[in-house]
Write a protein that binds this ligand. Sequence first.
Ligand code: ADP
Ligand code: MG
Length: 615
Amino acid sequence: MSSPWSKVSNEPVQTINLADIMSEQYAHRLHDQELKQQQKRQQQNQTLPTAKPINAETYSNIASTSSKASQKLPPSDAGQWEDYSMLLNDEGKEQAEPLPASLLSLLEDEAESDAVIAQMLQSQFDHEYNEELRRIERQQNKQSKVTVTLNKFLRSGDAEFLHDTEAGADEEDDELAYLKQDWDCFETNEKILDAIPKCGFKLDKEGEMITKHDPQLCGVRNAQRVMSFPPEFPTGDGACFDMKLSNKVFNQLKAYSRRGRADRKEKVATAEMGVDAATRLLLYKLINNQILEQINGIISTGKEAVILHANSDASYTGTNEHGHGNGVLMPAELLPKECAIKVFKTTLNEFKQRDRYIKDDYRFKDRFSKQNHRVVINMWAEKEMHNLMRMQSIGLNVPDVVVLKKHVLVMRFIGDNHNAAPKLKDARLSDAELSCAYEEIVAAMHKLYNEAKLVHADLSEYNILWYEGKCWFIDVAQSVEPEHPSGLEFLMRDCDNIISFFERRGLPNIYTKEQLFEFITALNAETHNAAMLERIHTRGASINQATVPNQTECPDELKPLEYPFELAWEKSLLERQMRQEEAERNQEARETVDEAIDQSETKLSNDTDNANNTA
Ligand code: ADP
Ligand code: MG
């Protein structure tokens, strides 16, 4: 093949037909002719003019590094490259300076050399690019506590053609190992971390102790942990993972990654406020069912409940458009204008509070853990409703219950024009009023215990409202029957709270807490502690039996009873069931009587008709 750089022959071009041109034999013939011509020229010019030293030094430098090219190119006497550039420039002298055979083969390789040069230039570029990246990396890591690596972005052609073959081979190996190591880094790190035994340290190959607090290891561990941040936190992938994070940085990142949880937190917060989505739905239903017109805002947020203020719907007629009463427990005309909505909190923390009434009762714990969260909360709301109704039935001042929906209890609002009645502790009472309040509370406690068979169990100046010159008792969800294992203890505590309050207010001539206790229960609190009283109370034991000094001497049948979960609760459920059954029976009886009357009336009118017809 002739060199593409050789001169075009001046011989006239012969006309040849296409079939000839396409013929292979013709091509061979041409080739042979050309070769002969070259040989002829060779004989005429035995030698080439003396080669000049290379003038393009950079070019030769680059070329000298090319392994392929350097092997093939014959070195000149001076060990330098021969300059053939003249061949390119010297057009007119072509005939006078024919190419030697060695040069011909060299020129044949020339096309390949172009590719090599291009590769070398690319390699040079990659090298400079990578150097720049490494410089940035060094600078970055110098100032920062977070070590980063930009290896991922290195260009692959770095120095591939710029070094000696031997060094190049080493480099290649290194590069391979490097890449491999980078990709394995995540797992390698994990292995290192896992290798630390439970005791928290291990010895390395040099016998040095590595603890789990080793800063290097901590950095790696922190970086690993970052990978398990929530999906919305961009951590990148595990490839080329070679990052170390100090504890401080990690903690900040962690805090940042949790920012997205604000929303969730807010939801939890609303749940704590007692108005989570489920509650809102219930409230919405109350409005939709024309029981309430609007909910105005929060009256109080306690540990266990949120109290909201609402206006009832003036258009409520007792039934909604579907003809249902919606569970409203009073006739439409008695529906209070202003209502208080008690929303029992549904978060777990609140159970801890309520738990105090039952925490010593291991039976409760059992049942409690098995109970569905919400069901238990609903039970508390229902219990408050029952207790309020029971207290109202014996004439105590308590808010009337309007309606109960799951954990939402709607009752009369004690107060007017959106102003809640003050708690007894906040009420400004004259001496006479204070005395009245005392008398009223003592009488109410007595009645509660003896007629309603209840102990408030959280009675204090906080749970009594002062309204229209009277005491109103609220917050009775935790109230228990006196038979409750701690019933008498609770009662004693109630007595203590009440007496302490009036003592602080300086009301003269009042009971001591023991006297009040005795007045209510007719049991002597000074000589009998609560446990003993409990035995008397619940087992009907004689004072002598119940007050034996040594517990072991106490007969088994007088030892504290094993109560089923919430005795009072179950009892009230039973009572309710019985009442319902009785109501159903009465209803049936009424219907039978009505039917009988109807039948006799029909018969009577038929008889009369018949008689008339006959007449
Ligand atoms: P908690 O369990 O949070 O103590 P309460 O039933 O005691 O719940 O109610 C908390 C506060 O809400 C009361 O101290 C009182 O100020 C107000 N409150 C509760 N019920 C009513 C009501 N029916 N009318 C007016 N205010 C009420
Ligand atoms: Mg309260």
